[in-house]
Design a protein. Structure first.
Lengths: 324, 668
């Protein structure tokens, strides 16, 4: 019996969890609240204090206990109120390689000027504290738990708060109807032998190595030595860093082929090796194509081409197997 | 197995290390809650707690690491041992409070997690309660309220407010406390009260209460008189009798030995009191004195149901009074008491220690030979006090073995107990049954609330003699020496240079007025806050219409009231709509109205005001000028440059007028 699946089904029923697209506003019915451990300690302290007040016949002791009890009740309402009306909207998740931490940009807003403090946002990879004070909305970069390659649905998000007194914890769930892409984890290994195709003077297509052709914003795969440090220093605020863009030269051509993988590696390892090759080829400014059983991507280079290759690797499954 | 209940949090919602900036708050909380205990706890404990606090503050300032666990364990074990040595126990009230103070101080030394901070604050809340062991006065209550707000503000700062301004935290804590007040009131009034104690009280529970004692020795009352605290308060129904008749009867002492007067047990018998004047009715509010006697005017005729009245007119409660209590009495001021007295009582009223005070006996014998009638013997003795050079003073010299002899023939300086004692000894030696009565005499009317206030400094001792046909008659020898004591009070009777508690002096007018106000406030506090006993609760609830209040319907009423309050609070705090700017309100009204004209005319969320106005105009050409004017006005008000208040008002009025003129149906 799969207890975990059972629990998930039960949770889905109990908390009415359904993927939701677009912005979500936390209404009364989707906020849950229960006392925390501090709250239970507080209640215990109050019971003991009440017994003491009765035993020693302390009128003010009664008053103190009752005031503290009232404070607990008031804190419950205020904790609930800290979440009520909060608006949540899932933003984008930049694709990552498997094993890396993906981050979801979550937009928060509120319908009224009340500040919202100490909001703990959690997607299953550790909570992030957020606050909504001055501006109407703010964005939080929320770490997501690591996932295997492929399109992955966003995990269930938890928004929780124990503010103001830590006696109660109010929380709400949000299951955004969105997915994010996870590339295979890259494995670095030497590139297969390249075939050089002389293309001197050709600057239309891919990138070359020799002639300086201007500056462009840096892509994550650009080698460090291409960064135009001087230009970057001139405009320190400019991000991302400018890199020198070269054209011409003998663009080397390489074919990254499933067949060239060392024998004995399984599908995932193979995909990882191919991913590593794609990154290496892109970093070296090669023109590369990708061949997998059933897929053939013609030669090319540049960010769009790289992304196409990586996406193909992320989603590829051997013919006859289930889609990952 | 990675299966958890859904509400079990998988991780702490907040990172748990304690925010560095919260520490001064925690230190302040410790000072505010443990500080006042320095008045009641041993000095060494104060020293240890103070040192630990100072050490912790220094570590925080220098950002030094906390001391190792073994050192803390050593300090705590040592202090535990010291507490055991000091109190002979770890349980009980005072030892428990000392333990709490110690824990609080030491917990500050191991603040690593947020949880530790929470524990410190819970200890602080608990310590607040323990102050009421010593005092439940208005200032204590206020101080505790302030400390509670401080503790709550610190709890706030522990849970996410740590970067807010200190005043903002205090304000929020104050708001929370204010919102908790209605709950406190409801719970205070309706929570079914149980009279303590639930378990045995330690012997120290009611230590340090002052009042009359069961014995009277020379000097015992003079000590009590230095105490300006209030013994009881009286509310008369109708006129307050003249001061000289206000004799509040306390313990009656009939056995004299070794210079000390004591009461001896007598089998219970109903007293016979013949009223010779009108009754007065009054209610006394007696401060706890940890004794059974109640104080009533001579002579009580009706006493509270649970109390009993002895043959000597002493009124006794069923148990020692450990809390302030109210009793309703009726008394007659002119009466005859026990004209037929038991022989045993009369025999005891003649007892004298043999071979003591020979000169006093000789004097009494002389008087008796001259005139054996008891009434003239009484007059003779009073005349003796009046004519011989006797002084009324608090500074009486110490007396030896034959104390009454020394007083009557040598020192001749004394206080009421000296005169009462000497008088009774003289009477007994002359063969007249006599005894000593202690109690209070007089009292001051507080002009603010009309209560008669009787202080410990009004303590008094007088004598009673039993005369054939008249029964027991009160004789106050003090009035023979110092009539002012009876007519005007102790302050008027004593020489100016004698020390009296400041509050018992009547010559400082402004001080007296201030004192009256303060005591009236205290009295109201005592009557309505502290004196809210199970009986008062029952009375109040019956008056509110709750028939036969018991814990069941009281709990029901309590739950209903708390639920209602919670509902109100929820509605108030959750249901509040955000306050919109006036132009925003008008614009939304406009959008609602135009959406009612046709569903497809509703404004799309992304549509700006001008674009929407244009679209409306295109769809409904008859409304085009109006719609565009409204959109333009709104855009100017909302997004345009700031306007002078008058212009702004004009535009708002125009906008409102335009919207009013919109048709409610789609023009055909």
């Amino acid at each position: 019996m799969d207890l975990r699946a059972q629990a998930q089904r039960w949770q889905r029923w109990l908390f009415r969890l359904q993927p939701e697209g677009g912005a979500v506003r936390l209404e009364r019915r989707r906020i849950y609240i229960l006392p925390t451990r501090s709250g239970l300690l507080y209640a215990l302290a109050l019971v003991v204090m009440l017994l003491g007040a009765i035993n020693y016949d302390l009128a003010l002791g009664h008053a103190l206990v009752f005031l503290l009890a009232g404070l607990g009740l008031v804190a419950m309402v205020h904790t609930f109120r800290n979440l009520l009306g909060l608006g949540l909207q899932a933003g984008t998740v930049a694709p990552v390689f498997a094993g890396e931490q993906a981050r979801l940009t979550l937009h928060l807003d509120r319908p009224d000027p009340r500040p919202r403090r100490a909001l703990a946002l959690d997607a299953g990879a550790g909570p992030i504290l957020a606050e909504l004070e001055l501006p109407d909305s703010s964005s939080v970069s929320l770490p997501l738990p690591p996932q295997p390659r492929g399109y992955r649905p966003l995990p269930r998000l938890t928004v929780a708060s124990v503010y103001p007194l830590g006696l109660f914890r109010a929380w709400a769930y949000f299951l955004p109807a969105a997915r994010h892409l996870v590339y295979p984890a890259p494995l670095s290994s030497p590139l297969p032998r390249a075939r050089s195709v002389p293309q001197a003077g050709d600057s239309r297509g891919g990138n070359g190595q020799e002639d300086f052709a201007g500056l462009r914003p840096r892509q994550p795969a650009d080698p460090l030595r291409h960064i135009a440090w001087k230009a970057a220093a001139r405009e320190p605020a400019e991000r991302p860093l400018p890199v020198k863009h070269f054209a011409g030269g003998g663009a080397e051509e390489i074919r990254l082929d499933w067949q060239d993988l060392p024998s004995g590696c399984d599908v995932e390892q193979g995909l990882s090796l191919l991913t590593g090759w794609v990154l290496a080829a892109e970093a070296e400014g090669l023109s590369y194509g990708l061949q997998l059983p059933g897929v053939d991507i013609p030669r090319g280079s540049g960010p769009a081409h790289r992304q196409r290759c990586l996406e193909t690797l992320a989603l590829w499954s051997p013919p006859g197997a289930r889609q990952p | 197995m990675n299966w958890r209940l859904p509400w079990r949090r998988q991780r702490r919602p907040l990172p748990s290390p304690l925010p560095h900036s919260v520490l001064p708050w925690l230190l302040l909380c410790a000072l505010a809650t443990a500080g006042p205990h320095t008045l009641h706890q041993p000095l060494w404990l104060t020293a240890i707690a103070g040192l630990v606090l100072a050490w912790r503050a220094w570590l925080w300032l220098r950002q030094l690491p906390l001391p190792p666990r073994w050192l803390l364990s050593l300090v705590s074990l040592g202090s535990l041992a010291a507490i055991v040595v000091e109190y002979r126990t770890l349980l009980g009230r005072d030892a428990g409070v000392s333990l709490l103070v110690l824990f609080l101080a030491l917990k500050l030394m191991e603040l690593r997690q947020r949880r530790d901070g929470v524990v410190v604050l819970m200890l602080g809340y608990f310590l607040l309660l323990t102050h009421y062991f010593h005092s439940q006065s208005i200032p204590t209550g206020l101080w505790m309220l302030l400390a509670l707000v401080l503790l709550t503000a610190t709890l706030l700062r522990l849970h996410g407010d740590d970067r807010a301004r200190p005043l903002a935290s205090l304000r929020y804590a104050g708001v929370l406390t204010l919102q908790a007040l209605p709950f406190m009131l409801v719970l205070y009034l309706l929570f079914p009260r149980i009279s303590g104690p639930l378990w045995g009280l330690p012997r120290d529970a009611h230590a340090g209460l002052s009042g009359l004692s069961e014995t009277m020795a020379p000097g015992s009352l003079a000590n009590l008189i230095q105490n300006g605290s209030i013994a009881f308060r009286v509310q008369f129904q109708g006129e307050t009798p003249p001061r000289a008749q206000l004799y509040w009867r306390g313990p009656v002492l009939d056995h004299f030995a070794d210079g000390v007067w004591r009461a001896r047990f007598l089998p219970h018998r109903k007293p016979q009191v013949e009223a010779r004047g009108p009754e007065v009715a009054y209610v006394t509010t007696l401060e706890p004195h940890n004794q059974r006697w109640l104080l009533a005017l001579d002579s009580p005729t009706a006493v509270p149901a649970e109390a009993s009245i002895g043959h000597d007119l002493q009124v006794l409660a069923p148990a020692p009074l450990t809390s302030r209590s109210r009793q309703a009495f009726r008394s007659v001021l002119d009466y005859r008491h026990n004209r037929q007295e038991q022989p045993l009582v009369l025999q005891r009223a003649l007892q004298l220690p043999a071979e003591r005070n020979p000169r006093t006996r000789e004097l009494a014998e002389q008087w008796r030979r001259a005139d054996p009638r008891p009434a003239s013997l009484v007059q003779r003795a009073l005349a003796h006090f009046r004519q011989e050079p006797f002084f009324y003073t608090l500074r009486a010299p110490l007396l030896g073995r034959d104390g009454v002899d020394e007083f009557l023939f040598a020192t001749r300086r004394g206080f009421c107990e000296h005169y009462a004692s000497a008088f009774v000894v003289l009477m007994r030696a002359a063969g007249v049954p006599a005894r000593v009565v202690t109690g209070y005499q007089g009292g001051d009317i507080n002009p603010v609330d009309g209560y008669l206030t009787v202080r410990q400094s009004d303590a008094h001792a007088w004598a009673e003699v039993w005369l054939e046909d008249q029964g027991w008659r009160r004789v106050d020898p003090t009035s023979a020496i110092s009539p002012a004591r009876i007519e005007a009070g102790i302050a008027a009777a004593l020489p100016d240079d004698e020390a009296l508690p400041l509050l018992a002096r009547v010559d400082l007018d402004w001080l007296v007025r201030l004192r009256h106000r303060w005591e009236a406030a205290n009295n109201a506090w005592n009557q309505w806050v502290l004196g809210y006993t199970p009986e008062r609760q029952r009375q109040l609830l019956s008056r509110l219409g709750l028939q036969q209040p018991d814990w069941r319907n009281m709990s029901a009423a309590l739950a209903a009231a708390c639920g209602l309050l919670l509902l109100l609070l929820t509605l108030w705090s959750l249901g509040r709509r955000p306050r919109l700017a006036p132009e925003e309100r008008l614009w939304q009204r406009f959008c609602r109205r135009s959406a009612r004209l046709a569903p497809d005319l509703a404004r799309a969320p992304w549509e700006g005001p001008l674009a929407y106005g244009r679209r409306l105009g295109e769809r409904l050409p008859t409304l085009a000028p109006q719609a565009e004017a409204i959109a333009g006005l709104y855009a100017t008000l909302r997004y345009g440059p700031p306007l002078a208040p008058r212009d702004r008002q004009q535009l708002l009025e125009r906008l409102a007028a335009c919207i009013r003129e919109l048709p409610s149906r789609r023009p055909s």
